[in-house]
Design a protein around this ligand. Structure first.
Ligand SMILES: Cc1cc2nc3c(=O)[nH]c(=O)nc-3n(C[C@H](O)[C@H](O)[C@H](O)COP(=O)(O)OP(=O)(O)OC[C@H]3O[C@@H](n4cnc5c(N)ncnc54)[C@H](O)[C@@H]3O)c2cc1C
Length: 328
């Protein structure tokens, strides 16, 4: 009989990524349903006292490998360390963030631990004592439920910003176990990191996104969306058509070959709503579409639709938002 639900937290640039707390909260709910303990695994550089932050979300014991060699995610160094610590947790279920690094780590870890992996899940349930996980398939066209054989370790990566965080409880303390892992000589190393210093909000972490497509007609017109976004505290995204035209950088692309985002509010401006775009933003809480074509497919997914020329609508809408903001 396994001992725990184990979560692998993502520690980067001196802190936990928020998705780690979502994963810990989901782990707590799952551990309670399955009658198991909740353990955490952290690999990073400068983790120190920060490991205790996981306790606020219900993690009872945290295994930490704190070493400068773990400053950047390198599969060759991370995977053996995480695998060793996950084994120490004796888990029935392992949860990880379905971030860029998390997905890479999950696949490698599942192979090493001979666990069954369901990637990028949006819901986890326990029914009649049986664990199930739901994930989007075929670019989000349908959803599939996954189950595991008896005795098989279930590994699940969780899509960021989908699973809710527990209210942090500052009174909770976790047992912290510092693990001295062996660090193999890696063939790859990080030579340099180019940080985006523009102060832009990262799309995958944004609560509001204003996205523009081919309907924007040119790169200069994105200034309108930047203005609206800055009033709303939003990030600016783009469709692939806008990126392929060279109007926006690839890092702004939302969709199947871009970023998967789950904001509370997604405003799609001059975007038709191709299936590959919907694959990246379909799980947003509220979708608002602005398009002059009433038959644009985006309207079938939108909660609110504005059938209008965006060049007329966006300036008026921005002014209204400005008035509301200045009245706050
Ligand atoms: C393998 C593959 C992967 C792909 N991955 C992605 C991906 O990750 N992300 C992605 O976005 N796409 C992706 N695509 C491309 C996708 O199929 C579409 O071509 C793309 O999403 C279209 O972008 P768009 O909606 O901006 O452009 P269009 O489809 O050309 O739509 C433009 C919209 O703007 C509206 N419009 C025009 N002028 C105005 C105006 N003045 N006012 C209001 N509305 C106006 C039009 O009515 C139209 O609906 C992928 C395709 C393939 C084959």
């Amino acid at each position: 009989m396994a001992e725990s639900v184990c979560i692998v937290a993502e520690f980067r640039d001196g802190g936990f990524r928020r998705v780690s707390f979502e994963v810990a909260s989901e782990g707590r709910r799952l551990a309670d349903s399955l009658g198991l303990k909740l353990y955490g695994v952290v690999v990073g550089s400068g983790v120190g006292d920060k490991a205790q932050e996981l306790a606020k979300y219900g993690v009872e014991k945290v295994f930490v490998a704190d070493n400068p060699a773990f400053e950047h995610y390198i599969a060759e160094t991370y995977v053996p360390a995480v695998a060793e610590m996950v084994r120490q947790c004796d888990p029935a279920v392992v949860l990880l963030p379905a971030s860029m690094n998390g997905k890479d780590l999950s696949a490698r870890l599942a192979a090493r631990l001979e666990a069954g992996l369901a990637q990028d899940c949006v819901e986890i349930a326990v029914q009649d004592g049986k664990l199930r996980a739901k994930r989007p398939l075929f670019g989000g066209k349908c959803l599939g439920w996954y189950e595991w054989s008896d005795g098989e370790v279930a590994m699940i990566s969780c899509r960021p910003k989908v699973m809710s965080c527990l209210e942090p409880d500052d009174s909770k303390q976790a047992e912290v176990v510092n693990v001295d892992v062996e660090i193999p000589d890696a063939r790859s190393r990080v030579v340099s990191v180019d940080l985006d210093t523009s102060g832009k909000i990262e799309l995958t972490e944004a609560d509001i996104i204003v996205s523009g497509g081919r309907g924007m007609k040119g790169p200069e017109n994105f200034a309108m969306l930047e203005e609206l976004a800055s009033l709303l505290g939003a990030a600016v995204g783009a469709s692939r058509a806008a990126v392929d035209a060279g109007w926006r950088p690839h890092s702004d692309q939302v969709g199947q070959t871009g970023k998967v985002v789950t904001p509370s509010l997604y405003i799609a401006v001059g975007i038709s709503g191709a299936i590959q775009h919907l694959a990246g933003m379909g799980s947003s809480k509220y979708i608002v579409a602005v398009n002059k074509d009433p038959d644009a497919p985006i309207f079938s997914k939108a909660d609110y639709g504005v059938v209008e020329d965006l060049f007329k609508f966006i300036p008026v809408f921005t002014e209204e938002v400005r008035k509301l903001k200045s009245a706050e």
